[in-house]
Ligand binder design. Structure first.
Ligand code: ADP
Ligand code: ADP
Length: 230
């Protein structure tokens, strides 16, 4: 089971890199932010609960978030592995993930930190447009869609997230960067932390992540299933 964790501050480029990685490794993306937005859209009780925190730029409590993630990991398509985007975001979440994986004789293979300075994060989030169907990120200046208002990947409509307003962006930075540091320490201690320079263009970051995965010996799920030749 390939479990790759994408780490980075809000706006670092996790959601942009995740589909490239999913294609490369042949495993699905599990993005807790997308799961929460879907729950809000569906009007579930959990979604209504989560929404209060999201609108304020705060982390949703660990108990709710861990339950959401474990439910998703229990689905059959996650059996060969997952790319985690936006989870874990606290030390408690990281420990819960370790426990769950240990129960399946698995572990996080690599935690890739996409490292971007704060000023650039704000620039990225304030120009972000994401699609209705899957949350694919675009940027009005850095990564404009081919057709204005339309997702390059799936053709659905693009919109600006409510929590990408300047006041909420600042709140998210204030509230989430401390917790991110905890998660970085967690993976540094377990020896799987890898840092890539996120200040490059999208293609440059993708290449750096590819090299990092090769170094870590993480290969596509299909390749793992092949019987070894000779
Ligand atoms: P971004 O792409 O800007 O990093 P996400 O889409 O990942 O944002 O998450 C949006 C919001 O959903 C977060 O600001 C937070 O309120 C909530 N959220 C997502 N993942 C988690 C998590 N692992 N723990 C707590 N809250 C989360
Ligand atoms: P995250 O999921 O980490 O919050 P996103 O992938 O949504 O971040 O990226 C935030 C914004 O920055 C989006 O508008 C995206 O198009 C843009 N972006 C992502 N990667 C880069 C990059 N390497 N250079 C410039 N802009 C980028």
């Amino acid at each position: 089971m390939n479990v790759v964790v994408l780490l980075g501050a809000p706006g670092a480029g996790k959601g942009t890199q995740a589909p490239l990685l999913a294609t490369r490794l042949g495993i699905p993306i599990v993005a807790t932010g997308d799961l929460f937005r879907a729950a809000v859209r569906d009007g579930t009780a959990m979604g209504q609960d989560a929404r209060r925190y999201m609108d304020a730029g705060q982390l949703v409590p660990d108990e709710i978030t861990v339950r959401l993630l474990l439910d998703r990991l229990g689905r059959p398509d996650a059996a060969a592995g997952v790319i985690l985007d936006g989870f874990p975001r606290t030390g408690v979440q990281a420990a819960a993930l370790d426990r769950e994986l240990a129960g399946r004789d698995a572990r996080v293979g690599a935690a890739i930190l996409v490292d971007v300075p704060i000023d650039e994060l704000v620039r990225r989030m304030s120009g972000r447009w994401v699609c209705r169907a899957a949350g694919h990120p675009h940027h009005e200046t850095f990564s404009p869609p081919q057709v204005v208002g339309v997702c390059d990947l799936d053709g659905s409509e693009l919109y600006q997230r409510a929590d990408d307003r300047p006041a909420t962006i600042r709140a998210r930075m204030d509230q989430q960067l401390g917790a991110l540091a905890e998660v970085i320490d967690h993976y540094r201690s377990s020896g799987v932390l890898r840092t890539v320079d996120g200040l490059q263009g999208i293609g440059g970051v993708a290449e750096a992540i590819g090299t990092t995965l090769d170094d870590a010996g993480i290969r596509p799920a299909d390749a793992l299933k092949e019987p070894s030749a000779g």
